[in-house]
Design a protein around this ligand. Sequence first.
Ligand code: SAM
Length: 256
Amino acid sequence: MNIKVLSLFPEILEAYFSASIMKRAVAKGLVSYELINIRDFAYDRHRKCDDEVFGGGAGMLMKPEPLDRALESVGAPGVRTIFVTPSGRLLNQAMAEDFAHEDKLVVLCGRYEGIDQRIIDTRVTDVVSIGDYILSSGEVAAMVLIDVVYRLIPGVISGESLAEESFSSGLLEYPQYTRPEEYATMHVPEVLVGGNHAAIARWRLKASLIKTLAYRPELLNTIDLTGELGRLLKEVIDEGGENEPRTANSGRTGEK
Ligand code: SAM
């Protein structure tokens, strides 16, 4: 996938693309990227990219001309072009999976109060928010969006890891533990070290239900709760499942 990010501060993104899993994905040729400075497309003497908002109001807005030229240079609107903004469609895993199918992605970062609407109308294909809060700029949001998407590209992360993550099944991921088995007097739940794979699978499913019920109960409305899942959910509720999940030592998820 080729990712082009348009920003007034591309240096914020440089470190992200040059480290860790992204660095490996770039080295393997799974991802290529270009960081484009919108200011390079401002042709006046001061390379001005912002101006006052028509109709009044606090703050400045990104001007259309530099944005228009910058987006034209990357082929927008003929390419999937995402503008990150709090007033967009809320990002979720399904949306990320859709973006991950693209060969090319353009991500536009806002600053100040955002960008002139005419650019959104003519050059942007997707208007995406990463959450119901306001960041000071689009670079952080762009990194979140890109991170959620590129790790779904085959070869970046092992398929097994992806399949077991939160949201892949509609539930939050179960709690996990690593060595040592006893830490600061807390023990790893016994079932996880017993080697009984069916019991481990059941424990994990139940622990996922406990966590989902406590933190994100609305997710339960989106999955099929008949059969084993429904029985386990009833068990969780009967045991007081809406409490904070604390599984180490607590024995709350039961079976040995
Ligand atoms: N005036 C805007 C509003 O109320 O919707 C907020 C502008 S914000 C201070 C500046 C830029 O940060 C936005 O143009 C956008 O690119 C980015 N941004 C802030 N919060 C965001 C969020 N939750 N999701 C995506 N982008 C965000």
